[in-house]
Every structure is written in structure tokens, then in C-alpha cells.
Write a protein of this length. Structure first.
Length: 432
């Protein structure tokens, strides 16, 4: 079998790896994911599949440094790849060759990006090009079973949780290393997992998400929980609204047809990074690097202590339904799409017939401002970003509405970012 190695115009082989076109028996290029992942590198991958969707993806069993939104961004890339190329194959470099296949796949499934990659791929291949899709699905099912094994929370009223241990168990079971990953797999029987749903399939109440936020963060930083009780109310409300939004809108396309494959969930990571490694972790995204340095200035040591919280879905995108109902959709500018995203985030401005629904942008911003947070939202052709240390919430925003501006990434992309599937909200905030 002959192979041809080449690089695509405008991209460095050092940055994105090389692409292999197998001329026998299948003509298919291949994106090789690097071991170091960050947001800007994932944007390069999104550019690649925007130009040439029908590519396989090759990955290491373990990716390093996928922090500061990098792993959540990589998950969105994998969802976009699956949507563009349903038959795309995932090639697991180093897995299956002289290794315990079942064990290696099990370990890979415990990593959030590995779990998503194996479920979204059309097929999963070992390093020896042997299909291991059955083993991959079994490993992913076992991971979700860990999260759903705990009993119902036993809510007796809106403000009382009679069985606190059950939620603690569910969150504890979802921990792997420094990460906690809670996925809903909608194209299976594992779409309504215990942390977000009652046994009867009803979405959990807002008050329960306050307890959820406390347990999620408290496992990593008891001090933060003790010192930020009021902000836990806000974080719980944010998680409730964002996850409820995925339940309402991210499981089907704009025509209400259930998605072929859909994964939604929450990814939480505690970061403990040396200040010297910030620029490498942030890549070319200077806004994220500047935020990290600002947090680092507050620390007496040479490390940055942060929480990273992402809500992920594979739906049509934050503003897709709203824009599909407007005339001249194909002529919409980035400014139009940005405005639609802001409207969808704001109270009373959703495409739902329930006018009270919506994240409630000012309440979200107020919580993030109090936390000295950074937020990045990636959806459709839009990336929005705000650093609340550099740009705190202003009094004028109370009357005029809060700002969530386009990310500086748009400066070199006047027609927009590469289009993505789904929406990813990533929030970074110091663990005090």
C-alpha cells in the first residue's frame, strides 16, 4: 500500500502534523492530532475540515496540556467532524499494537475527548488498522453506567435533598485524574443521566443545581466553597440554564429532527499550572494568556490555581434556530450572528414560546464578574470572549445590557470563524 504525505496550503506541518492519503484501496486524507492541544490549535483543525470535510482523524491515546478550554474545544471539533463526515474513522495511535487492547480502550474512554471521539466516529481502528468499535462502545457504556449507577436524589421538596450521598456518588464516579466529565448520550439509552434528571426523565430543579455546583467544585477546592457560598447560587443557576438549554434545543436540528448523534454534558477541571507554562497552554490566544497572567499576579507562588468549567453540546448552534426563521439567512453577517447569539442568551429573547426562558445574560455576567472569571463561547461562525479582570462589569450595562464581545480571534477572520457543530461555553475562574 503506497502512501503520500502532504501539507495543506496555509498550515504548517509542524503545527498540525502531516496528512496521509492512502491511494489503495481508499483515498482518504488524515488529520493527525498533536499531543499538545490548545484552543488556537483546535481552530486550525476546524479550518481543515471546513476546507476538506472527508478526513479521518488520528489521535494519541493521551493528549497533554488540553487545558484553558483546549479539551472542550477539541470535543467540539470532534462533533463537527462527525457531523461533516459521518463515516469518518478514528485511528488510535499506539493502541492495539503490543498492548492490552481492552485496557487501553477503557483508559481512553475515561478521557472526555476520547469518550466523545469513539462515540462520534463512524469506525474506530487500532494502530494495526483493525476495527475495535464494539470494544470502544462497550467501554463508553461502562463509563456512563458509572455516572448513572447512583439512585435518585430523593427530592422531598424544592429546597431539600434527602439523599445527598447519591449525587456525591455520581460526581465521584465521573472523576478521572483532574477532570470530572458528565455526558448525556442522546442517541442511546444513556441520554438522561442521574446528575441532571430524575428517574422519571424530568429535568432536575434549579435548586438542585446549586448543590450540584457545590459538590462538583468542592471535591477539588473546599476552600473555594467555604468562601464563595453566594457565588455558588449563581454558578448553580448558570449550569441549570445552560444544561436545560441543551435539553430543549441541542438534541435535534432546526427542523426538530433528532440528531443522528448527540452528546451533551459538563466538563470540569482543576488547573494547577506554573506561570512559566501559560503561553504554551494558551497557544496564540493572547486574551487567554493575558487573563492567566493576571490571575498569576495575585498569587504569592509561581503557580496559577484555576477552575475550568465547560458545558458542551452537539446541537445546531446557539443562534441557528433564530437565524433559520429570519429572511435572507444566507446573507447574514458575523455581526448579525453575534447579535442573534446575544439575544438567545438574554432573558425574554429566545426562540422558545416560553418568554421567560433564556440564560439571563446579566445574571450570568454578574456572577462571572464576582468570580473574576473569563468566559469563551464558541458556536456557529462566532467566538465570544470576555475577561472580567481586564473588563469588569460596568454600571452602564445594567441599563443598556451586558456585553459579550466577539473574541479578538475574529480580527483576522472578517467572514467569521470556521463553522462548528454545537455550542461550547467555557468558564475559567480562580480557586481562591
Amino acid at each position: 500500500m503506497r502512501s503520500v504525505t502532504f501539507t495543506l496550503r496555509g498550515f504548517s506541518s509542524r503545527l498540525i502534523g502531516h496528512y496521509i492519503c492512502q491511494t489503495e484501496p481508499i483515498l482518504m486524507s488524515r488529520i493527525q492530532l498533536t499531543q499538545q492541544i490548545n484552543v488556537s490549535r483546535v481552530e486550525d483543525y476546524l479550518d481543515l475540515i471546513s476546507e476538506q470535510p472527508e478526513q479521518d482523524v488520528e489521535t494519541y491515546g493521551k493528549i497533554k496540556g488540553a487545558v484553558l478550554g483546549g479539551e472542550a474545544a477539541l470535543i467540539q471539533f470532534l462533533m463537527t467532524w462527525s457531523e461533516r463526515h459521518p463515516a469518518g474513522r478514528l485511528l488510535l495511535r499506539g493502541i492495539g499494537k503490543d498492548s492490552d487492547l481492552a485496557h487501553e480502550i477503557e483508559q481512553f474512554s475515561k478521557r472526555a475527548y476520547g469518550f466523545v471521539a469513539m462515540l462520534m466516529a463512524g469506525d474506530v481502528l487500532t494502530a494495526e488498522n483493525q476495527s475495535c468499535r464494539k470494544q470502544a462502545y462497550q467501554a463508553c457504556q461502562a463509563w456512563v453506567d458509572r455516572v448513572t449507577a447512583s439512585p435518585s436524589l430523593g427530592i422531598t421538596d424544592e429546597n431539600q435533598i434527602s439523599d445527598k450521598g447519591s449525587l456525591e456518588k455520581a460526581i465521584a464516579n465521573a472523576v478521572y485524574g483532574h477532570r470530572t466529565f458528565l455526558p448525556c448520550v442522546d442517541h442511546s439509552t444513556k441520554g438522561l443521566i442521574t446528575p441532571f434528571y430524575h428517574a422519571n426523565g424530568a429535568f432536575r430543579e434549579r435548586s438542585e443545581f446549586r448543590r450540584f455546583a457545590e459538590l462538583l467544585i468542592g471535591r477539588r477546592s473546599e476552600q473555594f466553597v467555604e468562601e464563595n457560598q453566594s457565588e455558588l447560587d449563581g454558578l448553580g443557576a448558570i449550569l441549570f440554564e445552560l444544561m436545560h438549554n441543551t435539553h430543549d434545543w441541542a438534541r435535534s436540528d432546526v427542523d426538530e429532527v433528532p440528531l443522528r448523534k448527540s452528546i451533551r454534558g459538563i466538563l470540569f477541571t482543576r488547573l494547577y499550572l506554573p506561570i512559566a507554562s501559560i503561553h504554551r497552554a494558551a497557544g496564540t490566544n493572547t486574551k487567554i494568556a493575558d487573563y492567566m497572567l493576571s490571575v498569576g499576579e495575585r498569587r504569592p507562588d509561581q503557580y496559577v490555581h484555576l477552575a475550568e468549567l465547560s458545558v458542551i453540546d452537539a446541537g445546531p448552534g446557539l443562534a441557528a434556530r433564530w437565524m433559520s426563521r429570519q429572511e435572507g439567512e444566507s446573507k447574514k453577517t458575523i455581526e448579525d450572528e453575534h447579535a442573534a447569539c446575544i439575544s438567545c442568551l438574554g432573558l425574554h429573547c429566545t426562540s422558545s414560546s416560553e418568554s421567560y426562558r433564556g440564560v439571563g445574560l446579566f445574571d450570568v455576567m454578574n456572577t462571572l464578574d464576582n468570580l473574576s472569571a473569563l468566559v469563551r463561547v464558541r458556536t456557529g461562525r462566532v467566538a465570544m470572549l470576555r475577561d472580567f479582570i481586564a473588563s469588569p462589569l460596568g454600571e452602564k450595562e445594567r441599563s443598556d445590557g451586558p456585553r459579550l464581545p466577539l473574541s479578538p480571534e475574529h480580527r483576522l477572520r472578517p467572514v467569521g470563524m470556521a463553522p462548528t457543530a454545537g455550542t461550547v461555553f467555557t468558564i475559567l475562574f480562580p480557586l481562591k
